[in-house]
Design a protein around this ligand. Structure first.
Ligand SMILES: Cc1ncc(COP(=O)(O)O)c(C=O)c1O
Length: 370
């Protein structure tokens, strides 16, 4: 396989441009080094050891994961200082305890007293402490206790005061940057989240509690505001691949996107002015529904083509306007899809094919499950 062109692959196939991955990762590392803030990259987008090595600059330290399966996968390969940034699921306390007892630093996250009680009831062996981040909601509207609720401060104090538990940090995720268009809007949300987080840190300090702070998302960490330099950490993840969605938000340009799905023409349907391709919603996520004039993806080099619908293993492609010239798309010919959402699309592939300038270098195998 090594050295062969991408056209040697069976389709559908997820292909990753390793040069773009390295460039995206390096830019993020340098940006946060300059600002003096610890970058803790999120692994959720790719879930592979190779990409984690690139994102951590080879240190294999200081990562965020979204599932316990990821945490175990990285821990088993020598990664440490892992933050499981998902509100502590009660069915997984024992597995979290095992990781806390075997790693130098495994960290969990919670936003409710009942979760703290779960930790209190399961003290760690050898005098170890649970390392806990409090999840606060600074406007994202998903997990987290609202930063302005008096209970948020009380819960932080309760974590800090509980035996066998340490309040390691305050974690806010500004996923609401995904509604933005352009750097100015992104920075307004980044500023607001930073402000609320730092304000919360001040309130904590006033009651004698100090700990780390972390915010981030790919849009906000691609266009940081100056005040973010006052945070301890940031935790973006998608930036290593980027995708069409990020280019629309304004986090990157389409040229920065490191992933593609290769698909082949498997049918001509002149009665519908359509082509059939061998990529359905098992090879490309449905996330882009209704968001792009080109359908579920951007079809590279064919701005007049639209991936208009997908079933499990089939995609329907049609021109945005005019009749299809079938001679341009013979059966077996390749089309290259730039995914709307790289995280969701990568999730669907058991293996990623890595290339440099269109020549295959090897494969990365992601972990799966929860
Ligand atoms: C809790 C949490 N932290 C960090 C991230 C990384 O953000 P992004 O995907 O924008 O890089 C995510 C992404 O969904 C997340 O849910």
């Amino acid at each position: 396989m090594e050295g062969e062109p991408l056209s040697a692959l069976c389709s559908p196939a997820l292909v990753v441009d390793v040069d773009k991955v390295k460039r995206n990762a390096q830019r993020m590392i340098e940006r946060w080094q300059k600002l003096g803030v610890q970058l803790r990259p999120h692994m959720k987008t790719h879930k592979t050891l190779e990409c984690a090595d690139i994102m951590t600059g080879g240190s294999r330290r200081c990562i965020v994961v979204s599932t316990l399966a990821e945490a175990c996968f990285f821990a088993d390969s020598g990664f440490d200082d892992i933050l499981y940034a998902y509100c502590l699921p009660f069915d997984k306390v024992e597995r979290c305890a095992a990781l806390s007892e075997r790693l130098e630093l495994f960290q969990v996250l919670l936003d409710h007293r009942d979760a703290l009680e779960q930790l209190r009831k399961r003290p760690l062996r050898d005098g170890r402490k649970w390392h806990v981040w409090l999840k606060v909601d600074c406007g994202n509207g998903r997990a987290g206790i609202l930063h302005s609720e008096p209970e948020a401060l009380r819960l932080a104090e309760a974590i800090a005061e509980t035996d066998g538990v340490e309040l390691t940090g305050v974690y806010a995720h500004c996923g609401n940057t995904y509604n933005c268009r352009g750097a100015e809007q992104i920075q307004a949300v980044a500023q607001e989240t930073t402000h609320f987080t730092l304000q919360f840190m001040e309130k904590l300090k006033a009651v004698g509690v100090t700990c780390k702070s972390s915010i981030g998302s790919t849009p906000s960490c691609s266009h940081p505001v100056g005040d973010m330099a006052q945070l301890s950490e940031v935790h973006p993840g998608n930036y290593v691949f980027y995708d069409v969605q990020q280019s629309i938000i304004g986090s990157c340009s389409l040229e920065d996107v490191a992933v593609r799905v290769l698909t082949r023409v498997i049918g001509h349907c002149p009665h519908r002015n359509q082509l059939l391709v061998d990529c359905g919603w098992c090879g490309l996520s449905l996330d882009g529904a209704g968001k792009l004039p080109t359908g579920y993806a951007v079809i590279e080099g064919h701005p007049n083509l639209k991936l208009s619908s997908m079933t499990q293993e089939h995609g329907r492609v049609e021109p945005i306007s005019g009749p299809l010239d079938y001679s341009k798309y013979p059966l077996g010919s390749l089309l290259t899809l730039i995914p709307y959402h790289a995280c969701a699309t990568a999730m669907m592939h058991p293996v990623y094919y890595i290339h440099s300038e269109g020549r295959l270098l090897g494969k990365w195998t992601p972990t799966r499950g929860w």
